[in-house]
Ligand binder design. Structure first.
Ligand code: ADP
Length: 210
């Protein structure tokens, strides 16, 4: 299936873009959502995370303690690598299983850390970056989550830079501080139409060559 790797920094707007693409008929595989499911109470990653990090990493209700993990993973790259060593193989297996079942005009993998991980280039036909200036990212994430600007900036500094994302992009959807939702929707629609053509599907999902 023709596939897009959709990425962008925290608060760039990739979830909004992905929601529209799904409404218009793309199949969606969200790696963040998979990670949340794996780390929910009784999720597949909980037992190996408990072995790797001890009881402190697991909240009282049995899910990964995300605040604990965020604090330790950002402070210590070795912790981050150990976390990735547990999660990446489980995420890959879930992605492969879902891709085999996916139905739609084309397939969109939503991968927040696509540029950082380096494992995605070979897996997708095109990389699409939702592009945003850092100040707008901070403002959006503050409004959405209530995280402090310091925490948001720490998350952003552990992510790829705007420039390194743009360097690997085949398609760019600009969603900066001057972009309202209507403009974002229009830019997303233009990409959707182009990808439908490349996947030989019409924008309403019908196969052109069937
Ligand atoms: P990401 O998934 O990249 O972290 P989201 O799609 O969740 O980002 O967007 C972050 C927040 O900003 C959401 O609440 C979203 O509705 C809002 N948002 C995104 N783009 C715009 C925009 N152009 N105008 C207004 N609000 C926006």
């Amino acid at each position: 299936m023709f596939s897009i790797g959709l990425t962008g920094g925290i608060g760039s707007g990739k979830t909004q873009v992905a929601d529209w693409l799904a409404q218009w008929g793309a199949a969606l595989i969200d790696t963040d959502q998979i990670a949340h499911e794996l780390t929910a109470p009784a999720g597949e990653a909980i037992a190996p995370l408990r072995r790797a990090f001890g009881e402190a990493a697991i909240a009282a209700d049995g899910r990964l303690d995300r605040a604990w993990m965020r604090q330790h993973a950002f402070a210590d790259p070795a912790v981050r690598h150990r976390l990735e060593a547990v999660l990446h193989p489980l995420i890959d297996a879930a992605v492969t299983a879902r891709a085999a079942r996916a139905r739609g005009a084309y397939l969109v993998y939503v991968v927040p850390l696509l540029v950082e991980s380096g494992r995605w280039r070979a897996r997708v036909d095109r990389i699409c970056v939702v592009d945003c200036d850092p100040a707008t990212q901070v403002a959006r994430v503050r409004a959405r989550s209530g995280l402090t600007p310091e925490t948001i900036e720490r998350i952003m500094s552990a992510q790829a830079s705007r420039e390194s994302r743009l360097a690997v992009a085949d398609d760019v959807i600009l969603n900066d501080g001057a972009t309202d939702l209507a403009a974002l929707r229009g830019r997303t629609w233009a990409c959707h139409q182009a990808w439908c053509r490349q996947a030989s599907r019409s924008p309403d999902g019908r196969a052109i060559h069937d």
